[in-house]
Write a protein that binds this ligand. Sequence first.
Ligand code: SF4
Length: 387
Amino acid sequence: MPSKVFFGTARQARLEAKETLPAKLDLILEQLHLRDRVDKETVVIKMHTGNNMVYSTIHPVFVRRVVQAIKDGGGKPVVVDVNWDTEGAEKRGYASEVIGCPVYPAAGPDEKYFYDHERPYKNIQTWRIAGLIQDSSFLVNFAHVKGHPTCGFGAALKNLALGCLAGKSRSAMHDAMHYDPYWFPEKCPDKSLLAQITAACPFDAVVEDKEHPGSLHLHMEQCNQCGRCLKVAPEGSLRIAAVNFHSFQEACAHAVDIVLSTFAPGKAVHLNLATHMTPVCDCFGFTSMPILPDAGVFGSDDIVALDQATLDVIGKTCLIEENLPTTMEIHTREGHPFRWLHGPHKDPYKVTEYSEKLGIGSREYELVDVLPLEYPERTSMPYIAAH
Ligand code: SF4
């Protein structure tokens, strides 16, 4: 049976507060029965609190409404994120006076508060789940949707996958992309060619490996798989292959599976806010122009259905190409707009595919619009209406 995903479009008919996104978030929280589910629960709200001067993360107005709903229901909320993002979060509006609850680093200020979980995957054996995540009894996963240089996009799945793990595990998940070999030195006996290969990349994505002179290292985040380097490299010496890029998304699915296993069934809800979507992650510490039209707010008990529905809705809109940074290029126009932006091997849907295979949720969903858009023939333009 398809999972229900509740949706509030960013568009509105009338210039009235009740048709805007915070009000639609309230409707989604009602549909998810959040208030009825959190009595006496220790509720951890996992969100991305951004870094430095980013201003496109979830606006405190939305966070406050979630916090209030939890308090109304008798729960005890706390917002968490990784330590380097919670540090200074108050400068971006995430202070208890504003949002109504404290903001803590999920694995402690020095990331020494975590629980080990064993699961072998490529280079990873042990996964460190942040202590405040595992020690809480209810999870509200509140994600800002945006592009991402490692996997095409970030939303609910990635918010848990990276944001609920301590630093060493986050690094190991990125290293998974290097597990399958991509440089075959025996196919390139002429080492003078290395300089030509690295020079062919306009993004400095392929460089000589400092630790292993004579070898190449691929910065996967910087690579959009344009193939310029492959035109210079001797045949078979360098591989720009999906398996390396997809490893990160598969690792994300495993991390989410482990994170959610620490909560009892029915003790997690997931929310995506798809507004001011930028090309790269909120941890970059700045906000660039939006690259897609605002889509709206989404909520579900099924994290896989949620990200799938979010991607599908966004995929029906067009990349705002004139808003792209001039240093980014589009060399494929197939598939999802996030794929156009970050390259064919960074297909944003891969993480939902891997997550479904692990049984985390379903990619089949029913989209329930909590306030369908109307097209009234006549309406009066209100002046200032506070409510
Ligand atoms: S495929 Fe393109 S972006 Fe990637 S390393 Fe090669 S030249 Fe650079």
